[in-house]
Design a protein around this ligand. Sequence first.
Ligand code: 5GP
Length: 181
Amino acid sequence: MAKINEDIERVFFTEEEIKEKVAELGAEISRDFEGKNPIFIGVLKGCWVFMADLMRNVSIPCSVDFMAVKSYAGTTSTGAVQIQKDLNESIEGRHIIMVEDILDTGRTLNYLEQYLSARKPASITIATLMDKPSRRQAPVAARYSCFAVPDAFVVGYGLDYNEFYRNLPYIGVLKPEIYMD
Ligand code: 5GP
């Protein structure tokens, strides 16, 4: 029976490393947003594993909503951001924390920041699991980031390659032959 971890060439971040960083981030956000009742907005689908773990490390009152966007096909950016699911609740006057799996070119969050600003939130803050600063094309800065990563296409812990590997409990890169298939 094929196992997904057999397709991994190198592990970037182990389950233990991720758990520790996510716990630290949850504690930091809880301190910084004390008394502000923020709304966490997850950008699907990549955020879901990270967000589920992050939220259980946040100890202040907060709410949660999701957006779904599409900006990638395979490992290359299409350049366009398409909203597939919008928010369910109003964000007017609310402190927003956008939760992303990985900040790459920054186009997605740059677009979403502008899109959501029009709804007059009190503030917009970005929390990303990973950041690839060398790839940035749009002016976006994450206030919170767990890991900086080099220019490599990573999978696992919610991140996919053509919709697979999201269920890998750690983050790594695939063997080159997998990307070539
Ligand atoms: P950006 O708009 O910042 O270029 O792209 C952000 C989105 O691209 C992420 O939310 C993620 O879905 C996807 N992405 C960027 N880099 C990677 C990567 O290394 N691995 C995976 N699986 N997705 C990525």
